[in-house]
Design a binder for this molecule. Structure first.
Ligand code: SF4
Length: 118
């Protein structure tokens, strides 16, 4: 997937932290995992496009995605407070997390799929 596809599919539509012109290498682990699942053919673009910003979905996955994904994300320490003990009420996770939570909730992938591309 080229940079435009990657940002158009995962970051721009879903991520409140996305900044236009940002380099792909600056993407968080959530976005990179979603990209790898696409590149591996484990999911397709339609699966990603079906994701919605749904707080109940991302809250339902806070614990398991926190363990397998966010703990390993370089953005957690300084840039992303989503997994902090007391996140702001209006804080959202990154776009990659939102897409992955949707995929897990709809049983399109399971945790092993994520762990396989970390
Ligand atoms: S929600 Fe935050 S810590 Fe978790 S993968 Fe996204 S950027 Fe990283």
């Amino acid at each position: 997937m080229d940079k435009a596809d990657f940002q158009d599919r995962i970051c721009r539509p879903y991520c409140m932290f996305f900044v236009e012109g940002e380099k792909e290498e600056m993407a968080c682990l959530g976005a990179r995992v979603a990209e790898r699942l696409l590149a591996a053919g484990r999911i397709d673009a339609a699966h990603v496009n079906a994701a919605e910003k749904n707080r109940s979905v991302w809250e339902a996955r806070r614990q398991d995605l926190g363990e397998i994904l966010c703990k390993k994300c370089d953005f957690r320490a300084e840039d992303c407070d989503f997994q902090s003990p007391q996140p702001a009420d209006d804080l959202e996770p990154c776009g990659g997390y939102i897409v992955l939570a949707h995929l897990l909730e709809n049983r399109i992938i399971d945790q092993a799929d994520i762990e396989n591309v970390l």
